[in-house]
Design a protein around this ligand. Sequence first.
Ligand SMILES: Nc1ncnc2c1ncn2[C@@H]1O[C@H](COP(=O)(O)OP(=O)(O)OP(=O)(O)O)[C@@H](O)[C@H]1O
Length: 323
Amino acid sequence: MCSTKNSDKSEHDLSAGEQTIMQNKIIEVKTVSKAYKGATDMILALNDIDFNIEVGDIVGYVGQNGAGKSTTIKLLLGLMLPTNGEISVLGNNPFKKRIQNAKQIGTVMGQKSQLWWELPLIDSFKFLQAMYDTKDDAWLAQLIDLLEVNDFLHKPVRELSLGQKMRGELIAALVHQPKLLFLDEATLGLDVQTKNVFLNFLMQLNKTKQTTIIMTTHDLREVERIANKIILIDHGQLKFNGAKSDFIAEFKNMEKVEIYQSAILEVPGLKLYQENQDSNVYVFNIDELTEKQLNKIFLEADIISNVRYSDLDLTDILTLSGI
Ligand SMILES: Nc1ncnc2c1ncn2[C@@H]1O[C@H](COP(=O)(O)OP(=O)(O)OP(=O)(O)O)[C@@H](O)[C@H]1O
């Protein structure tokens, strides 16, 4: 991650920011709080949070509505100052070096657009290339190809479907080959096929360019599919910060069983977790209740052919954690 310019300096000669990047930390958040002025009280959107993100991480930044996700992203982009604490992004204070950092950061915000509504999609890409002073047409052609936008490249943005537009937004965020990509609810409302194109592309980008990706989303299956790290925030407080595998490992003794009957089953050790129209889903700890014991109960109740066992996925784990 260090530039060739730095490589002939010893670590001793480097500034604190340059050393951070050399140690592979692309983001450092130390004891950060953010309070907003509400109508009557102060709203503590972030409460004393700490985390680091390393070069090449794909981070799922998850939490309920109002947890503090967008606030964090705005702080990392340098759009506002924290009330307390310190933030370093790409070795810089993001608020002080907003313009400098912007050259190495790409953003896709579900609610905001970087594209010119009236112009053909390609014109936005060309304009952004000029703005970032890059003439890498081969890279642009690669993005256009990988995100499959060739068919509507010359259509005005206002005529594009949501999925087409969002693929355009992703290219717009990447024309300058940023080291860091923020995706804030970028896949909201996309159909399954476009989501797949999007997620496959992000994994490839991360692999080939070591682009660090931070994504906030309500669709935890996306996080499960592509992230290596999870940061979980709840009411402004950090609840989990670590490898996705560790998060899932905490729940490795839990299993779920779906029973296709509307009546609720009362079995000690089985906890009702989800009520559906034609079935109910229960969770259980395999150290306390085995599938064999359960099968015996289901056989006696004559419902053995109506049950389906499976492991918990990330969505289940977060729901069960009360997040
Ligand atoms: N400009 C603001 N002024 C006052 N309060 C704000 C402001 N922006 C956010 N908040 C409050 O701060 C808290 C965190 O909001 P934030 O937008 O960061 O949450 P979020 O996790 O991104 O939520 P969502 O998933 O709904 O987008 C919420 O209570 C919100 O109402």
